[in-house]
Design a protein around this ligand. Structure first.
Ligand SMILES: Cc1ncc(C[n+]2csc(CCOP(=O)(O)OP(=O)(O)O)c2C)c(N)n1
Ligand SMILES: [Mg+2]
Length: 582
């Protein structure tokens, strides 16, 4: 009895504190050792408990919720390989700076490394991919230990959220019997601190006014500055960076995940076709900047990363509110300061300049590139590039677009251009995995509606288990499945020029009929055969509930040729323009 009281009070204190930190969603995978926390969580009136059987999908599902809410989400599983299955999502959360509170149940110390079943070494299981690890003390009901459980919880949530956000891991040793007394009336009534719950205040990184003034002076003196915005998720950034750019007269090269290509803010200075024109060397010469300011993670575009690397002779400022080191070119002057605060504070000291020909040149080439790229719309056949144009036309204002890795995110970079519609664009670009995309998108769809996901066939296959959440929780998601029967991206890489074993090692066709899988989860499946049908299917699915999948079949070899021909054509047109050939 005393054991059960200790267990119940300690776990209930932890769960009550978790709710106090603002956590509302917990994703639980079934198991025995995690019984005390699972049963207590299910009792809490303010927690939404989501069940996911497969821990790999469960953790990605939680990641999707946390990304959407910009708030920590907790995941809970039993001991053993269950916990290990969290690893890919934890890595993604770490690198993409998403707050997750990972709770694993464990055998008590006397049963570790002693042949007990389902016991693995869970200490520091996720290595350097979590911001904090705690091996929790075994449950006790003393005031001191209740305060301990609550402090660790509050601290874990604060660390997960503090910039750069990320995952934390708490490992709980539990002795049998594992069933808590959830019948207790005052289960969450834990009045052991005079000040109520634990509170943590965290500030944002900032510079001194003198430093802002000095930096504003440097930037104001430059006539050929550019701003590069990579993946960044801050609601107030768009408005402030666009104001700063217009004061400085600098173009903004906006990655699709910078959230700057769509929305109600000004897009006058936004450059969205650089991935195409920065492949052209005449263009790179004509557009050489004298200063670069970077925000966010490294952009998706390789052409842009190369451009950054090729310009290490000029000053490059990297502004990072998470105090990281996002500088693969090893060229940066690091500024650890909240991005939005930086824009606001610098703008105060910049005197508005007259428009400069350098900015006009960027805007002109960007426009020309977009006009020429749209030639792809003339094709009658199903095409991966044209699909992005069709999607950006049809996607409703206010929707979220989740984009799979491999070609979908690259095609989005090339073909998704500025729009006044507000479209939140999400992806897993922390570690660029093709695992867990379905689950992350479904997690996001449980918060943000409507949500569209565009993925390749191998990515879709990789996380089929993730579809279970749609069925269990009636979540609405519309999936555009680009089926080129294998890894289309590899046709763009140098190994494609060596046909021997290319299909075996890289093309990897899997010849699956995905309709069966979709139907297994009660989804609707449309096989698209023409653009007209795509449009009608897209519009019809807008009002559909649950899972709907539109499969667009394309050919990998034709896809690579189409992209190359288009890039070459645009490149020739740009060179002609720059060299004055009409
Ligand atoms: C977990 C994981 N395994 C392997 C890879 C390597 N990889 C990158 S893209 C890709 C192929 C993806 O194919 P698909 O989803 O069909 O997209 P496509 O390339 O056809 O656009 C692979 C295997 C990865 N990024 N992540
Ligand atoms: Mg594919």
């Amino acid at each position: 009895m005393e054991h059960q009281e200790n267990l119940t009070a300690y776990v209930a204190a932890f769960v009550a504190e978790l709710v106090n930190t603002g956590v509302r969603d917990v994703v639980i995978s079934p198991g025995s050792r995690s019984t005390p926390i699972a049963m207590v969580m299910a009792e809490h009136p303010d927690l939404r408990v989501h069940i996911h059987i497969d821990e790999r999908s469960a953790a990605f599902f939680a990641l999707g919720i946390a990304k959407s809410l910009r708030k920590p989400v907790a995941v809970l599983c039993t001991s053993g390989t269950a916990a290990a299955n969290y690893y890919p999502a934890i890595i993604e959360a770490y690198y993409s700076r998403v707050p997750l509170i990972v709770l694993t149940a464990d055998r008590p110390h006397e049963l570790r490394d002693a042949g007990a079943p389902q016991a693995i070494d869970q200490i520091h299981l996720f290595g350097k991919h979590v911001k904090w690890f705690v091996e929790m003390a075994p449950p006790e009901k003393t005031d001191e230990m209740i305060r301990y459980a609550r402090s660790v919880c509050a601290r874990a949530a604060a660390i997960a959220l503090r910039s750069p956000s990320g995952p934390v891991h708490l490992n709980f040793p539990f002795r049998e019997p594992l069933v808590p007394n959830i019948g207790k009336e005052d289960l969450f009534d834990l009045n052991v601190r005079p000040d109520g719950y634990v509170s943590v205040e965290t500030g944002k990184l900032a510079l001194s006014e003198e430093k802002y003034e000095e930096l504003a002076g440097i930037l104001s003196r430059s006539d050929k500055g550019i701003i590069v915005c990579g993946p960044l998720d801050d609601e107030f950034f768009a408005e402030n960076i666009t104001k700063l750019a217009s004061a400085l007269n600098f173009p903004i090269l906006a990655d699709p995940l910078s959230q700057l290509r769509s929305g109600k803010h000004s897009k006058d200075f936004i450059i969205d076709a650089y991935d195409t024109f920065l492949r052209n060397s005449d263009c790179k010469k004509a557009l050489k900047p004298d200063i670069i300011i970077r925000f966010g993670a490294m952009p998706v575009s390789k052409a842009l990363s190369n451009f950054i690397k090729e310009n290490i002779d000029i000053p490059q400022f990297v502004i990072d509110g998470g105090a990281g080191w996002r500088d693969p070119a090893a060229a940066a002057y690091m500024i650890h300061c909240n991005e939005t605060e930086f824009c606001k504070s610098i703008a105060k000291y910049v005197e508005k300049k007259n428009q400069h020909p350098f900015l006009d040149k960027w805007l002109e080439i960007n426009d020309l590139t977009k006009t020429k790229l749209s030639k792809i719309n003339e094709t009658e056949e199903l095409s991966e590039g044209k699909l992005i144009y069709q999607l950006s036309d049809l996607i409703p204002d206010g929707a979220t677009l989740f984009v799979g890795n491999s070609m979908p995110i690259r095609d989005l970079d090339t073909f998704f251009h500025v729009t006044d519609k507000s479209i939140r664009i999400m992806a897993n670009r922390g570690a660029n995995g093709i695992d867990g995309i379905i689950s992350t998108a479904i997690g996001a769809a449980s918060v943000l509606q409507p949500l569209y996901l565009i993925v390749g066939d191998l990515t879709f296959f990789h996380d089929l288990n993730g579809l279970l959440a749609v069925k269990l929780y009636n979540i609405n998601i519309k999936i555009l499945l680009v089926n080129n029967n294998g890894g289309g991206i590899f046709s763009f890489l140098p190994q494609a020029s060596e046909p021997k074993n290319f299909e075996l090692l890289f093309g990897t066709p899997i010849d699956l009929n995905f309709e069966h899988a979709v139907r297994m989860y009660n989804g609707k499946f449309d096989k698209i055969t023409s653009w007209d049908q795509f449009k009608s299917s897209f519009l019809k699915n807008m009002d559909n509930c649950g899972l709907s999948v539109m499969e667009i079949s394309t050919a990998r070899d034709r896809n690579v040729l189409e992209h190359r021909e288009l890039w070459n054509y645009v490149s020739r047109e740009i060179s002609n323009k720059l060299n004055g050939v009409s």
